[in-house]
Ligand binder design. Structure first.
Ligand code: SF4
Length: 282
């Protein structure tokens, strides 16, 4: 086996393992589900689709996949590239034409980012199409790095502590799932390259370099490069929340907390500090 093939096999295994853990942790897929996989033509959604198909073959539960792409009316959108890929792979595929491009370019002021309005419009269309296709779940391709970036975006620019839910009860009774929630974006990138997915770049926001998301993405990646493990620690933190160490009074109320309990470790630290002070005073 050549080095690159070997590498691709390892990447696929890692992605499968990470996706399997997320699916199990959040009980994302059940017997009889019909899952609509939203494919934008980017590396993340192609990877999600392929991994779900692999899972479908070996999973003990029986579920159906339907693939949907929205042709948002971007000039020069290479719809046929995607159609022929889906045909050649034998996916149950539907392309829905909805001109959100005109709305976004008309409504978003110059210099502002398109993605927020664009993705909200797209989400609404996906919910509608999921109902039409009889899908009870919608799978989106957001991965670990998207989740970490959202955490920092909320922290730095929205005054909120929150990321992206791996599983969400959405409007109209659908459940949105993010099976790649634990997957590393670098692995997804390598997998997409190894599989030679025909990537369709977004020609609407592709030129917007100063997006806050890109800035926090670079920040996290730089930190992780100089302090390996930062991304893993951030993800672990999201799974290890200490509500009493936060300042959200509503959260305290909903948890029935009136004051924070000092932990055993805190008590030991305070005790050690007291002993040290006494020995210095003696
Ligand atoms: S990347 Fe492009 S298609 Fe996706 S939300 Fe942003 S503007 Fe819309």
């Amino acid at each position: 086996m050549s080095a690159s093939v070997n590498d691709a096999v390892h990447v696929e295994k890692r992605l499968n393992r990470a996706m399997g853990r997320a699916i199990a942790d959040f009980d994302m897929i059940a017997d009889g589900d019909t899952i609509m996989v939203a494919v934008s033509g980017g590396k993340d959604s192609y990877t999600l689709l392929h991994l779900l198909r692999l899972l479908q073959k070996r999973a003990p539960v029986d579920f159906t996949l339907k693939v949907v792409n929205i042709d948002q009316g971007h000039p020069g959108y290479p719809a046929e590239t995607l159609r022929s890929f889906m045909r050649s792979e034998g996916y149950d595929f539907r392309m829905v034409a909805e001109d959100t491009f005109s709305i976004v370019t008309e409504k978003v002021p110059n210099g502002k980012t398109f993605c927020s309005l664009c993705s909200r419009l797209r989400r609404g269309i996906l919910y509608r199409v999921a109902t039409e296709l009889g899908c009870n779940k919608i799978a989106l391709g957001h991965h670990r790095d998207d989740i970490l970036q959202t955490l920092l975006l909320n922290l730095f620019f929205a005054g909120q502590l929150g990321a992206m839910p791996p599983k969400l009860a959405a409007e109209y009774g659908h459940i949105v799932i993010r099976p790649l929630a634990y997957c590393d974006e670098n692995d997804i990138q390598r997998y997409a390259e190894a599989q030679a997915f025909p990537i369709l770049p977004c020609n609407l926001c592709g030129s917007q370099d100063n997006l806050q998301r890109k800035i926090v993405g670079r920040l996290i990646s730089d930190l992780d490069a100089t302090h390996p493990g930062v991304k893993a620690s951030m993800l672990a933190a999201l799974q290890n929340v200490r509500p009493t160490q936060l300042l959200d009074r509503n959260l305290w109320t909903s948890l029935g907390i009136s004051f924070a309990q000092e932990s055993e470790a805190d008590r030991k630290l305070v005790g050690a500090a007291r002993l040290l002070r006494l020995s210095q005073e003696a």
